[in-house]
Design a protein around this ligand. Structure first.
Ligand code: C2E
Ligand code: MG
Ligand code: MG
Ligand code: MG
Length: 276
């Protein structure tokens, strides 16, 4: 009986796996055509300076609307784009679009605004990365200091290689953030060696910061440690006034999250009103 059931389960598992594989192939095929069909768009989420309560930056977040597959979230298609190498042209499109948008904002009342752009691991280790970023900045007419590159801890597993690339990035004058900090398992000692500017505390540590003392302690410790290393701290996923209050109390520098605004299309960004 157990054996029979086990076998049935196995078949069910097989079917599910096939379906998954099929969906993946479907997404992959659609993804190949998405750039030429103009199916990508960037949304922008404001980053708020907690000392001034002003919007000082934007994070560019990609959105994909395909007529057959429908709306696909970046968490679903970025991994497939990574696997297939499509992330390279997609990533170039993201950077170019974000920099042209930033130039427009700089010329229309938002001088000094910074733009954060996410890199994935394959982009990070791509030999053409540095010239590509330089060329894109020149083409858009944006100074490097207004661009922040976001990478994650997991991308720095190869410490020596990562360190070289990070120094090259700093060499052209852009800023570097470690995204989703705390979810990876990078050794803290590398933080000192890497030429980084900001740590972004992952949303999962912010979530219960106001209800759970040990979560508050983790967040506080990250902030203290970052400050001791001369880094500024950005809290992700701030949704409530209580979370915000605690982060301010612990001298967190910047924050982003639904409390301030969801990511919005470029046209809406200049109209965002920051609640105090
Ligand atoms: P991320 O870089 O950590 O971006 C933050 C994610 O949290 C975004 O999800 C954002 O919409 C969401 N978020 C912001 N505030 C809140 C909040 O208060 N509550 C909650 N629940 N969520 C919040 P999104 O846009 O779905 O992006 C997911 C991930 O996909 C990003 O995580 C990033 O790793 C990746 N991604 C997005 N755009 C790009 C891109 O252009 N290139 C690459 N390589 N990856 C990207
Ligand atoms: Mg990010
Ligand atoms: Mg993040
Ligand atoms: Mg993330």
């Amino acid at each position: 009986q157990a054996k029979k059931q086990g076998r049935n389960n196995y078949q069910l598992y097989d079917v599910l796996l096939d379906r998954k594989a099929f969906e993946k192939l479907q997404i992959e095929n659609a993804l190949r055509k998405a750039l030429e069909r103009n199916e990508f768009v960037l949304h922008y989420q404001p980053i708020i300076n907690l000392y001034t309560n002003k919007v000082t930056g934007a994070e560019a977040l990609i959105r994909w609307k395909n007529e057959r597959v429908g709306f696909v979230s970046p968490d679903q298609f970025i991994p497939i784009a990574e696997e297939t190498g499509l992330i390279i042209p997609i990533g170039e499109w993201v950077l170019k679009t974000a920099m042209l948008q930033l130039k427009d904002w700089h010329e229309n009342g938002m001088e000094g605004l910074t733009m954060s752009v996410n890199l994935s691991i394959r982009q990070f280790y791509q030999p053409n990365l540095i010239p590509m970023i330089k060329e894109t900045l020149e083409l858009a007419g944006v100074e490097p200091r207004y661009l922040t590159i976001e990478i994650t801890e997991s991308m720095t597993m190869d410490v020596e290689k990562a360190n070289v690339i990070l120094h090259e990035l700093k060499g052209i004058g852009v800023n570097i953030s470690i995204d989703d900090f705390g979810t990876g398992y990078s050794s803290l000692s590398y933080l000192k060696r890497f030429p980084i500017d900001h740590l972004k505390i992952d949303r999962c540590f912010v979530k219960d910061i106001a209800d759970n003392k040990s979560d508050e302690n983790i967040a506080t410790t990250i902030i203290l440690m970052a400050h001791n290393l001369g880094l500024s701290v950005i809290a992700e996923g701030v949704e409530t006034v209580d979370q915000l209050g605690l982060l301010k109390q612990h001298h967190c520098n910047q924050a982003q999250g639904y409390h301030f605004s969801k990511p919005v299309p470029g046209e809406e960004f200049p109209r965002i009103k920051v609640p105090s």
